[in-house]
Design a protein around this ligand. Structure first.
Ligand code: FAD
Length: 471
């Protein structure tokens, strides 16, 4: 394969005077785990690197559920892209949503500013939520993919308690029924954190409300939680959640969702105003806009070097990419895969620039882990050996702190966790109105919350109803 690419451009679309720029331009879309590591790997490479993201920050998704359950603040798990790459001389950042690309002309279309030409491209735009066509799930369900999702969910949960506190009759209508759909890591962690928030914190905040009436129901269509783990760890997870008060409903599939209830296949329904959709992942919709072959979950088909078909200068990594292991299985959409693929794609570009033969991506499995709640987590080593309980929980905490981006965030999260552990308290339980971070690539993203004078009251979520709306 000829992976070396002639360098044809200089800055922002203008060809260099002689038609050849002295340095190639490498564009990386997304400052998530994959994109960030790719750019770091390109430090010192004789190329101009442009990082493009619709947000000006990297977010640490594994701890989003803690923002949603008032354990951490959004600033604890985010870091501005410019700060991360302040000292890396060959990097610039562009705040823009990538809408599509002309891969033959090697140009990206963006919502803000001129189109972006590239010599090499790394696509690392991540994933978005899959609703599998379940009626009402997208409209009434709460996803948990972005910072805005987490802040919305936290606000909504706290509002439900405020509403129930004003009018206890609303509990009968499901105001305090919190349904989490999906028994994978996000669902388990969110359910475990919610019940702790209710039992240890909100019961003290809402002295006049019978907080015990709040229910957390974890719904999974399969016959076990944490399907990627060994059976004994699955069983431990279920036991621990139930011990803490989470109702675990296995073999239960959601048929439809409305503002007031969830309907299950088989005819049963449950009154709820809060359905957290942690059940499905698909590639970011940008994948649909590129005219490239896609595989399961709309992920972009790539070869074993992570190149997309027909364009040796274009790589896809992380959740967006449909790379397969030597047995033909798609890699899981987890941080380590994205990190290692981002590094690999960057190295491939360096190899191509030096005229060295491409190499196949090789994944080094570091194992997997998830937390259930205070003192309880599960950890599975690459060897298949499992660990559960306090030791696994401490391991989980250490690894998550270490992997956060930035010393300030590490310190802040550590202090918060130690404080929360000993005081049984949580961070500020603040109700905020936010504007959605959309995955729709056709729409520009508003980066500031609209004010009341914009006519939308600063909130897009009809469930964050005001006093007058409720009446
Ligand atoms: C709630 C939650 C919990 C998780 N927990 C774990 C866990 O415990 N362990 C684990 O290993 N993995 C976990 N994951 C998965 C892990 O976070 C992902 O696999 C990983 O983040 C993928 O990295 P990525 O670089 O592919 O995408 P992301 O990290 O999602 O980054 C994508 C970036 O692209 C940007 N972007 C998207 N579209 C555009 C566009 N059109 N234009 C410009 N920029 C765009 C986004 O703003 C984002 O910055 C979790 C995921 C979620 C949602």
């Amino acid at each position: 394969m000829d992976s070396a690419v002639p360098h044809i451009r200089s800055v922002d679309g203008a060809p260099a005077a002689d038609g050849f720029a002295p340095r190639p331009r490498i564009v990386v879309v997304g400052v998530g785990h994959g994109g960030m590591e790719a750019v770091k790997e390109l430090d010192g490479t004789p190329a101009d690197v442009l990082l493009v993201d619709r947000n000006n920050y990297h977010k640490f998704q594994p701890l989003l559920y803690q923002v949603a359950t008032a354990g951490l603040q959004e600033g604890d798990i985010t870091q501005s892209a410019r700060h991360i790459f302040q000292k890396q001389k060959n990097v610039d950042f562009r705040l823009a949503t990538v809408l599509g690309a002309d891969l033959d002309a090697r140009v990206l279309q963006v919502d803000q500013g001129p189109p972006i030409p590239y010599d090499y491209l790394i696509l690392a735009a991540g994933a978005s939520t899959a609703y599998f066509g379940v009626e009402g799930a997208q409209t009434y369900g709460f996803p948990l993919k972005n910072v805005a999702d987490a802040v919305n969910l936290r606000s909504h949960v706290l509002l439900q308690f405020e509403k129930a506190n004003r009018n206890a009759a609303l509990i009968e209508e499901g105001a305090l029924n919190f349904v989490v759909v999906g028994g994978g890591a996000t669902g388990v962690e969110t359910a475990g954190a919610l019940i702790e928030l209710f039992d240890r914190v909100l019961c003290r905040d809402f002295a006049g409300l019978d907080v015990d009436r709040a229910r957390v129901i974890l719904v999974e269509r399969g016959d076990a939680l944490m399907e990627a783990y060994k059976p004994d760890l699955q069983a431990y997870t279920k036991r621990q959640l139930e011990k803490r008060g989470v109702e675990v409903w296995l073999d239960t599939a959601v048929e439809s969702v409305s503002a007031e209830a969830v309907q299950f296949e088989g005819g049963e329904s449950l009154a709820t105003q809060t359905l957290i959709w942690a059940a499905g992942v698909r590639a970011n919709p940008l994948a649909d806009e590129l005219g490239l072959e896609q595989t399961r979950g709309s992920r972009l088909v790539v070869d074993d070097t992570l190149r997309v078909s027909g364009h040796p200068e274009v790589f896809a990594v992380g959740d967006l990419a449909g790379a397969t292991d030597p047995t033909g299985q798609l890699y899981p959409q987890v941080a380590q895969v994205a990190i290692q693929q981002g590094i690999h794609a960057a190295k491939e570009i360096e190899r191509a620039m030096r005229g060295i033969q491409p190499e196949a991506f090789q994944y080094k499995d570091l194992g997997q882990m998830a937390t259930i709640g205070r003192n309880a987590a599960i950890l599975e080593f690459p060897s298949g050996r499992g660990l559960k309980g306090l030791l696994a929980w401490l391991g989980w905490a250490v690894i998550h702190v270490v992997n956060l981006v930035g010393f300030r965030n590490r310190l802040s999260v550590l202090i918060n966790w130690v404080y929360n552990y000993f005081t049984y308290d949580r961070g500020p339980r603040v109700i905020m109105s936010t504007w959605p971070e959309t995955d729709e690539v056709q729409q520009p993203v508003l980066t500031t919350a609209p004010t009341a004078s914009d006519g939308v009251g600063g909130s897009y979520d009809p469930r964050l109803a005001t006093e007058s709306e409720e009446a």
